[in-house]
Write a protein that binds this ligand. Structure first.
Ligand code: HSE
Length: 309
């Protein structure tokens, strides 16, 4: 293999109540990354768009991942990486994770598969650390593994693939403002009330049970975050109105996508999903906030190969 191009999907972390421990992968939105073997040792990065992102490997989320992998395998190898971003940085749908997970997956293939999935997630978490200051796996794990992933434990990593109920549809409303994950994390309190913790872990257990039982009502009523959403929602224009609108137009649940500013909703069936996306967008249409909307199923495959030479 001399050259390889992959697609690495957008992801939604937290899934409302499950802060830092759950995420899922979206269809159709993501980064395209090309890896080419080179005679010059080390990693080179070229940004094909979003040139505001650094091309210095140690300051680029794909670069840090690729460098770390090359150091383990053989530092005298050379790899050139071209990154075409399909996700705006700071959108809340896993922009840094798509590049980091894609780098881990593509490097592993071009280096003849020396690493297992959990090791790829560990490498990809280095990209998240650069972007957000914390090695969280709730975007990179579902980007690599596809579907809905539970991160039962980060150290050591314990990843569980959860079932994806047939017909679960995702609506995403992305206001075109940037929220840096690093800043959105700094807003959070270090301590939580025991009563809030009890509510939260009840909801997480309910959400997971709902996924196993394909019980949309249980999934929906479990999507309540009493710890993170009340703090972070102030960063999102008209969040409360969007959430009310989504639920009134048929969504089973609605919450912040990752660290925001995107908002996501789950619906039963793609028809309802499309309607929910459109009614959520109406809120911004009438208030002048620029936005993008997506309606997607849950991507069961995660990162995929687009071409190999
Ligand atoms: N769990 C992370 C956070 C996800 O909420 O900070 C960032 O996309």
């Amino acid at each position: 293999m001399y050259k390889l191009t992959i697609f690495s999907p957008a992801t939604i972390a937290n899934v409302s109540c499950a802060f830092d421990i759950m995420g899922f992968s979206l269809e159709g939105i993501g980064d395209e990354i090309t890896f080419k073997k080179s005679k010059d040792p080390g990693v080179k990065i070229k940004m094909l768009n979003h040139t505001e992102l650094s091309e210095i490997p140690s300051r680029n989320v794909a670069g840090v991942v690729a460098k770390a992998m090359l150091e383990v395998v053989n530092p005298s190898y050379g790899i050139e990486i071209e990154l075409l971003k399909g996700i705006k940085p700071g959108s809340g749908i896993g922009s840094s994770a798509a590049s980091a997970a894609g780098a881990a997956y593509g490097m592993n293939l071009i280096l003849d598969k020396p690493f297992k999935t959990n090791e790829l997630v560990e490498f990809a978490m280095l990209g998240e650390e650069l972007a957000s200051g914390v090695k969280h796996a709730d975007n990179v794990a579902p980007a690599l593994m596809g579907g809905i992933t539970l991160v039962r434990n980060h150290h050591p990593l314990d990843l569980i693939s959860l079932p994806v109920p047939e017909g679960l549809s995702v609506s995403v409303l992305h206001p075109l403002i940037e929220v840096e994950t690093k800043k959105a994390r700094k807003l959070l309190k270090e301590e939580v009330l025991l009563t809030d913790a009890v509510t939260q872990w009840g909801n997480i257990a309910g959400l997971i049970s709902g996924l196993f039982l394909s019980d949309f009502d249980l999934i929906g009523r479990s999507m309540q975050d009493v710890i993170v959403e009340p703090v972070r929602s102030i960063l999102i224009p008209l969040f409360d109105t969007i959430k009310k609108t989504a639920l009134n137009s048929g969504a089973i649940g609605c919450g912040i996508s990752g660290s925001g500013p995107s908002v996501f909703a789950f619906s039963n069936g793609s028809e309802t999903g499309k309607k929910v996306s459109e009614t959520m967008a109406e809120v911004y249409k009438n208030s002048g906030v620029e936005y993008k909307i997506y309606t997607s199923g849950i991507n069961k495959d995660g990162v995929k190969i687009l071409g190999v030479i």
